[in-house]
Design a protein around this ligand. Structure first.
Ligand code: 5GP
Ligand code: MN
Length: 341
């Protein structure tokens, strides 16, 4: 049995919004990960099973390793099909915001959602939700939006409708947002949910192989280069840093998604508690960070890199050069009490 979310009023309103409407748009954050794509496709597939018109809109393209997920081929990528995406948003009765809680996280889609007349529903697990939605179902204590969505569907009494395809999407987000159940994954409910998904026919070993063991050659080569040439260990601080410039990425035929999970690798070192990865984009530096135990990298990313996220997995953006960003990073590691263990 699952514990109640304690959101009975919101669940009642959501049930009514689903029952009384036909056109649904589901959105998730820029650079969508397994949880963003998984939760969006799970809900989209479910609404379609209920006979509704439902579409997923992502701000930019989804990573290759998620393109096999049921329904992924029909995702409307805003940066490619802007006019069509805007038309869908304007025609929508209900817009869902999944796996994000602030409109800047959907980039250029944000103003269209903000101005749309649709009823808006946020289902998310990041702290401090912005008040742009009519229903805010926000549970930062739950490790993935996919697990939260399963609980929401359970409270909506929709579990009897979900099929293997929906289950595959939900499992994928639960897996990726916990590093394959290696962090934020001690809640027994997760395994209750997984038991239900496996009973639906979800093959978790297959999903692991498709999502995790699906590297491109460029990903493997960039990873090898980064670990061999671009890893700095601040061993006295128990911190690791990897940096990659545009040129280094382009020289190795970088494709979106190729550096996904690179930031996790230095945490394999017993004495490294915190890992940062700085990737140069065209006009800013993307910051990615991971930590062990109680170290709150979300607070660090919020304070130093205009970002946020979860305690053990967070990110942000730095507007400046790579050298300036590294300087900022070093100022922070030599002046911050959080990291002195
Ligand atoms: P990743 O390092 O995989 O890109 O991001 C890890 C987590 O950090 C994401 O799931 C998201 O919660 C958070 N995150 C990443 N980038 C940003 C950002 O620019 N702003 C905020 N607020 N959170 C971010
Ligand atoms: Mn998530």
């Amino acid at each position: 049995m699952l514990k109640s979310l304690g959101d009975n009023n919101k669940i009642d309103k959501l049930r009514e919004a689903i029952a009384s409407n036909n056109n649904f748009v589901i959105t998730c954050h820029i650079s969508p990960d397994g949880d963003a794509v998984g939760s969006s496709l799970a809900l989209c597939n479910l609404l379609q099973l209920m006979g509704k018109n439902a579409s997923v809109i992502t701000p930019d393209i989804i990573p290759n390793n998620l393109s096999f997920l049921p329904g992924a081929k029909d995702i409307v990528v805003f940066s490619r099909y802007e006019d069509f995406a805007i038309e869908l948003i304007n025609k929508a009765d209900v817009i869902f915001s999944l796996d994000y809680n602030a409109l800047y996280r959907v980039d250029r889609v944000g103003p269209y959602i903000n101005n749309a007349s649709a009823f808006k529903v946020m289902i998310d697990h990041h702290i401090n939700p912005e008040p742009f939605a009519d229903i805010v179902i926000s549970h930062p204590d739950i490790s993935s939006t996919c697990a939260l969505l399963f609980k929401v569907l359970s409270e909506l009494h929709l579990l009897q409708i979900i099929d293997k395809r929906v289950g595959e999407c939900i499992f994928t987000g639960m897996m990726t947002d916990t590093g394959n159940f290696s962090y934020n994954s001690n809640d027994p409910e997760l395994y209750y949910i997984i038991a239900n998904l496996v009973a639906l026919g979800v093959d978790k070993d297959y999903l692991y192989a498709r999502v995790i063991n699906s590297a491109t050659e460029s990903k493997i080569r960039i990873t090898a280069y980064a670990l061999d040439q671009k890893l700095t260990l601040y061993r006295d601080k128990h911190v690791a840093l990897i940096t990659l410039t545009r040129k280094e990425l382009n020289d190795r035929h970088y494709k979106k998604g190729d550096t996904e999970s690179l930031v996790n690798i230095p945490l394999k070192l017993d004495d490294i508690d915190m890992s940062f990865f700085l990737r140069e984009e065209t006009d800013y530096i993307k910051v990615s960070s991971r930590s062990k135990g109680d170290i709150p990298v979300n607070l660090i990313c919020e304070r130093y890199f205009n970002g946020g996220g979860h305690k053990n997995a967070a990110g942000g953006e730095f507007y400046g050069t790579m050298d300036e960003c590294v300087k900022r990073f070093e100022e922070f590691i030599y002046n911050n009490e959080i990291i002195n263990r």
